[in-house]
Ligand binder design. Structure first.
Ligand code: SF4
Length: 244
């Protein structure tokens, strides 16, 4: 069943420390007054203008296999290709913090207000991440309510454009999910509009299924190595999707 999810802006407004860290200012360094003023301006705009919303739909493995195959442009071997087949449950999702925030970022860059543009860009990016975390938790809670989770159940999201899943996978994902219902459209480039949006698949299963070695050929181009952080979290926690 498709679910449209209302998300409170307050729940996805990032902390100052995280926004500054994203821009290379370490948390143990006192920010200058100018930086604090920029942050306050960016976060005030975000609080007033962000319109976070999400959409999610459960999907079977055969249905997802077709979506994942997409336009036949994926890397030959990918972690998701192995992981989704071992999953207990799958759901497609998309979410956004709304058009106005993305529009303002573009405008600020165009008018060469780079410092404020970068601050708002970092605020919005972290806001999208927080919204995605909340959708993972929601999926976990829905599974728990139906008695379909276990103490080892962990949910991880994967998106087209990352880890070997070609960005053209957005085409079939959009056809199935219809993120247009919450104002997200797909451009010919497969980028989403508003830009500060994310889409993908939520994969629920034993945390062991999400652990893999980052030795795929495309990993040599990866600058984030974000799978390391995830896998480290799994090793440290019993499950990563609980509120407690
Ligand atoms: S190293 Fe980067 S590209 Fe490779 S699996 Fe990890 S996150 Fe994905």
């Amino acid at each position: 069943m498709k679910k449209i999810i209302k998300i409170a802006t307050g729940d996805v407004t990032p902390k100052r420390r995280d926004v500054l860290e994203m821009q290379g200012i370490p948390s143990d360094k006192k920010p200058s007054k100018k930086v604090v003023t920029l942050f306050n301006g960016a976060v005030e705009f975000f609080r007033e203008q962000a319109r976070p919303a999400g959409i999610m739909i459960g999907i079977s493995k055969p249905e997802f296999e077709n979506i994942y195959y997409g336009e036949a442009l994926n890397e030959k071997e990918t972690p998701l290709d192995i992981i989704f087949r071992k999953a207990d449950h799958l759901a497609l999702f998309a979410l956004t913090v709304g058009e106005e925030v993305s529009r303002k970022i573009t405008e600020l860059f165009k008018t060469h207000e780079f410092a404020l543009a970068s601050m708002l860009d970092a605020t919005a990016s972290l806001g999208v991440e927080k919204a995605a975390d909340s959708i993972e938790k929601l999926f976990f809670n829905l599974l728990t309510q139906k008695g379909e989770s276990t103490p080892a159940t962990t949910i991880v999201r994967y998106s087209p454009g990352y880890c070997g899943w070609h960005i053209s996978g957005q085409k079939k994902l959009f056809t199935f999910l219809h993120p247009e219902d919450i104002g997200i459209t797909l451009l010919d480039s497969y980028l989403m509009k508003p830009l500060k949006s994310v889409s993908g698949v939520l994969v629920a299963g034993n945390k062991k299924i999400h652990m893999f070695k980052d030795s795929y050929p495309f990993c040599t181009q990866c600058t984030t190595r974000s799978c390391h952080t995830r896998i480290k979290q799994f090793a440290q926690t019993r499950t990563s999707n609980r509120d407690d």
